[in-house]
Design a protein around this ligand. Structure first.
Ligand code: C5P
Length: 301
């Protein structure tokens, strides 16, 4: 018996970061948009907990209990008094350590897959609680679509999206550590009165209308200066995408993946090819948004 769940990547169309909190996290106004690049997590009954991974970047994925998929299975099993005797296989297509929430996607995917396999009867809110314990971006991976995340990003309000947006993602060599990027944000803002984060009304209106030009004008990422400080070469990638005709360019989440909003799917393919051969990134991917959240695609319901 096995269950397969498909889970999308995300881009942050707005990432407003507040001052560091006493617990070390930062309050956010985090506008998540799910994009159509997916990992698939398959869970199968086994003698003991085991994680495997396939895909071009599989060698970079930890297979021990630090993997969010393993942690999700253990958290759900713990709550329902079961043993997490499962084999979790991750078919990885989301860039690794890239600011596209690939690890969070695997956590949400494993949670939904184990829940279906075990028939726990957990409510959506219980699953979202477990997601929030696993990481700030994990609840959004379960929900998909578009949502405003507040608190540390885990409190979600779903948002309306009025049309498709077409993106190019430039994948950099190597990853960037999310805590290191937040740490650099704190260092760059030492002595600065960082304002409380707030969602941009213009941005929410652009999403609701499905207006790519208006969205391009409103995109923002407060972590971008920190990511550029740690990885200055990303400025060349952003410039190459803008020169190739992107409506706007920004670092995706904590990076180092960069995101380019384009007017349509054909232009996205052209910009992806120009960027891919620009020498400023390892490879490129094209994807449309919004995309659905974690979904059972094979096995029990
Ligand atoms: O929640 P998650 O495990 O994904 O967070 C990883 C790290 O990113 C945290 O340990 C923290 O350093 C940083 N972070 C933050 N504020 C947030 C979310 C993450 O400082 N809202």
């Amino acid at each position: 018996m096995s269950v397969t769940v498909r889970v999308p990547a995300k881009v942050n169309v707005q990432l407003a970061v507040g001052p560091a909190r006493p617990d070390g996290f930062h309050d956010l106004a985090n506008v998540f948009l799910a994009v159509g690049l997916y990992d698939e997590v398959t869970v199968t009954e086994a003698d003991e907990l085991r994680v495997t991974c396939s895909g071009p970047d599989a060698a970079q994925v930890p297979l021990d209990r630090t993997n969010l998929a393993a942690r999700a299975a253990l958290a759900l099993a713990g709550r329902y008094g079961r043993d997490a005797r499962v084999h979790l296989h991750i078919a990885k297509d989301i860039p690794v350590a890239g600011g596209m929430a690939g690890g969070s996607a695997d956590g949400a995917g494993a949670l939904l897959a184990c829940d279906a396999l075990w028939g726990t009867g957990a409510s959506r809110d219980e699953l979202l609680d477990i997601c929030a314990e696993l990481g700030s971006d994990v609840p959004f991976s379960l929900v998909g679509g578009a949502a405003l995340g507040t608190g540390r990003g885990e409190k979600l309000r779903e948002l309306e999206v009025g049309g498709a947006f077409h993106w190019v993602f430039a994948v950099a060599d190597g990853g960037l550590s999310t805590p290191a990027v937040y740490g650099e944000f704190d260092r760059l803002n030492e002595g600065v009165a960082v304002p409380e984060p707030a969602a941009s009304e213009e941005l929410l209106a652009a999403l609701a209308k499905g207006d790519a030009h208006a969205l391009a004008a409103a995109l923002s990422n407060d972590l971008q200066p920190a990511a550029l400080s740690l990885r200055p070469s990303l400025a060349d990638t952003l410039a190459a995408g803008r020169a190739a005709g992107a409506l706007a360019a920004l670092v995706s989440g904590s990076g180092p993946t960069t995101a380019f909003l384009t007017p349509d799917a054909t232009t996205a393919t052209e910009i992806a090819e120009t960027l891919r051969t620009s020498g400023t990134c390892r490879t490129t991917r094209v994807a449309a948004s919004p995309a659905p959240g974690a979904t059972v695609v094979k096995g029990k319901p």
